[in-house]
Ligand binder design. Sequence first.
Ligand code: F6R
Length: 245
Amino acid sequence: MKFLVCKDYAAMSEWAAQVVKEIVNNKPTAVLGLATGSTPVGMYNRLVEMNKAGEIDFSKVTTFNLDEYYPIDPANDQSYRYFMYQNLHGHINILPENVHVPCGNCEDPDAEGKKYDRMIEEAGGLDFQFLGSGVNGHIGFNEPDAELVAGTHKTALTENTIEVNSRFFEKIEDVPRFAITMGMAPILKAKKIIILINGENKVPILDALASGKITTQIPATMLQMHNDVTVVTDEATAAKMHESF
Ligand code: F6R
């Protein structure tokens, strides 16, 4: 696990966008694993700019998002599919058929999870996975627990995640209580992973990663077992850490 401290969030986003650009320029048919939430927005803005400037071509790229609320209509403006369209997919030259987000209104989430994993395999696996971390250390919606699940599956969101995500909703009761998330296996099988973690409330997660320990109670620590992970933070966050990288 490598650690990188950038000046600020803009520099983190720029660095991440450059990584994606390099991957896609080296392999135009790259398969990218993507996330929603606040963390990737800066990177997505840069990727849109780069695409408009002709510096990166998404015409042969395939994307798989980590997760989607369940149940939710994909057209709902709170769905992750909608978020991705607003922040990235709607502004770049990617083919709609190459965009994948778990189906939030499928009838059978178990079948949907199996199908999603099969589609990732059939696409050749993920060349790259972008991750953010929950304040509780979740990755995707693999929430802290005594056991984690390998395959893509329906999961209950923790009260902590519901509370944190309520900032995007009018009231906390509107936050869906379930999601379909990629499991740990497709994430850990990605060839390259970067995880951006900034903000004072996520310092404990950075401390846990710097400690080198692994626990299912902080799912992000499972990334220790992957051989190409870069943890990226900013100077202000790094300054608050108790452990050192
Ligand atoms: C989102 C996802 C989550 C977020 C995490 C951090 O698709 O899978 O794991 O990455 O909750 O969210 P933000 O970036 O909003 O702090």
